[in-house]
Design a protein around this ligand. Structure first.
Ligand code: PLP
Length: 500
């Protein structure tokens, strides 16, 4: 039997709540209640599609000239991408697999930019067959490849971002040509009779100054002008990604957008007729995903060890799933009964001979090789949140570790927390960017399951029964968006949900 089917919360179903949606904390609690009724403690992810829609509204309000193409590598979750597709967002795909996923949603090929400057030959040919013709390049070898496989493709030359400003994740070492080299590349493209239509760049992930965009838009303008002189119909500017998923401490999205708009108006005023697009990844994904995890073990390190009486307590491993033939894993007792005994043992344990607590290590049931991969690759610092306020304000220097036996599997190396119990839940917000997409099966730890929610009003705005010819048209009419008829209707996934 498929356990997904018996569990209403982990099916590929979107729970549409009357507005306002219950708080994340309440949603998590209701799912935990369900899980615990089954003696389960699986880590899980709550995906709020409405949150992505709010981000899209904010984008359209503040960057009305810039059409977003979601960089799906950031979080390729199918339901999430489907929702964005329905809401009229385009996609930045980097491989055949990504293109396939988006096309399978019914998205028209013209709503995809193949934004990997170094493409597998096979993927390039696949794009040709499918008609995904907008793509990027930054080197002559890629041009030759394209000339052989897809000579009619519409090409964006990727330039390095301006070196006047930096970002947390600099991409210039790997991608983008020097703007001067771009001029030679454009000449080469002309010689190969290729079709260059514009310029793209990526200022890097999490830029530290909105002016990164300004100075690189200026460079793009130089390359644009040169392309025009060579006779190319330069009409697309792609300003890439980098937009923060949560406002940085240095500037808000609103401030960033103002800076970008100013630069666009200076170098690419509407009268120039340039189509402006961007490839935001983390901007859409980060705040839509919340992770809930269970503490499965802990260690208390004290300043003095007496009589080998460590209270190390690695107890519980993974919860049973009824469908895996291990339903009797706890014998005749429930998991909760065992936990209660253990907790009593702790209470009766005498610490009187032992030294002060130096540090407490908690082991979570998901970690850096699972949903917390952003800790390893994105320098993300997750912030643990409690479902109930702690009963004490006394805190200890603590660490949060993932469940595998690898020392890289650290979720949070330093934080101050009250004493927490094995079996207790923690949750972490804004976890959607470069996290679960990098999850592995390392140490054969079960992967977290997903549950989707959306506010009814947003849902109805995105998924209407009637044809929405206006859905994809931007006000200036430059963009020929495709009618929603090019998107397959979501089949029967909508259910109504209430809190009980
Ligand atoms: C990763 C990537 C993005 C998305 O970057 P974010 O920082 O998540 O916005 C956009 N464009 C390209 C080409 C990328 O490689």
């Amino acid at each position: 039997m498929n356990s997904m089917e018996e569990c209403p919360y982990f099916s590929k179903t979107v729970h549409v709540y009357p507005t306002p949606v219950p708080s994340t904390k309440e949603l998590i609690k209701s799912r935990i209640k369900y899980l615990e009724s089954q003696d389960r403690t699986d880590a899980f992810v709550v995906v709020d599609l409405g949150q992505a829609f709010l981000k899209l509204k904010q984008w359209r309000q503040h960057l009305p000239r810039v059409r977003p193409f979601y960089a799906m590598k950031c979080n390729p979750d199918v339901e999430f991408c489907n929702f964005l597709a329905q809401a009229g967002v385009g996609f930045d795909c980097a491989s055949m697999g990504e293109v396939k996923q988006i096309l399978s949603l019914g998205v028209h090929p013209s709503r995809i930019v193949f934004a990997n400057p170094c493409k597998f030959l096979k993927h390039l040919c696949y794009a040709q067959v499918q008609g995904v013709d907008l793509m990027t390049f930054d080197d002559v070898f890629e041009l030759i490849k394209i000339q052989r496989c897809f000579p009619r493709a519409r090409l964006l030359v990727r330039i390095q971002s301006s070196k006047d400003h930096n970002a947390t994740h600099n991409l210039n070492e790997k991608f983008g040509c020097d703007p001067i080299a771009a001029l030679a590349l454009l000449r080469k493209a002309k010689g190969l009779n290729l079709n260059v239509v514009g310029v793209c760049f990526h200022v890097g992930g999490l830029p530290k100054d909105p002016k990164s965009y300004t100075s690189t838009i200026k460079l793009a303008n130089d390359v644009f002008t040169y392309g025009e002189q060579l006779g190319f119909h330069m009409h697309i500017l792609d300003i890439g990604g980098g937009f923060h998923g949560v406002d940085s401490k240095l500037f808000t999205f609103h401030e960033l957008a103002e800076t970008v708009n100013k630069a666009l108006d200076q170098y690419f005023p509407p009268s120039r007729g340039t189509e402006i697009m961007a490839e935001p990844g983390r901007y859409f994904a980060a705040s839509s995903f919340t992770v809930a995890v269970n503490i499965m073990a802990k260690r208390v390190l004290r300043s003095a060890k007496v009589d080998n009486k460590d209270i190390d307590a690695g107890i519980e491993t993974d919860p049973p799933s009824k469908d895996e033939g291990i339903s009797n894993i706890y014998g005749s007792r429930s998991r909760n009964a065992i936990l209660k005994d253990i907790s009593n043992d702790f209470d009766n344990y005498s610490y009187k001979d032992e030294g002060e607590i130096n540090k407490v290590l908690y082991f979570l049931n998901d970690g850096a090789f699972g949903v917390f991969s952003n800790v390893l690759t994105d320098f993300y610092v997750p912030e643990p949140k409690f479902l109930e306020p702690p009963s004490t304000t006394d805190t200890y220097s603590s660490q949060l570790w993932g469940p595998t036996c690898d020392h890289f599997d650290c979720v949070l190396r330093k934080c101050d927390l009250p004493i927490l119990d094995i079996g207790q839940w923690l949750y972490f917000e804004t976890m959607g960017a470069y996290s679960m997409c990098l999850a592995t099966d390392f140490n054969a730890i079960e992967r977290a399951k997903y549950t989707y929610v959306c506010a009814e009003s947003f849902w109805n705005e995105v998924y209407t029964d009637s044809e929405k010819p206006g859905l994809h048209s931007y006000t200036d009419g430059l963009w020929k968006w495709f009618k929603s008829s090019s998107i397959k209707k979501q089949k029967g996934v909508l259910i109504r949900a209430s809190m009980d």
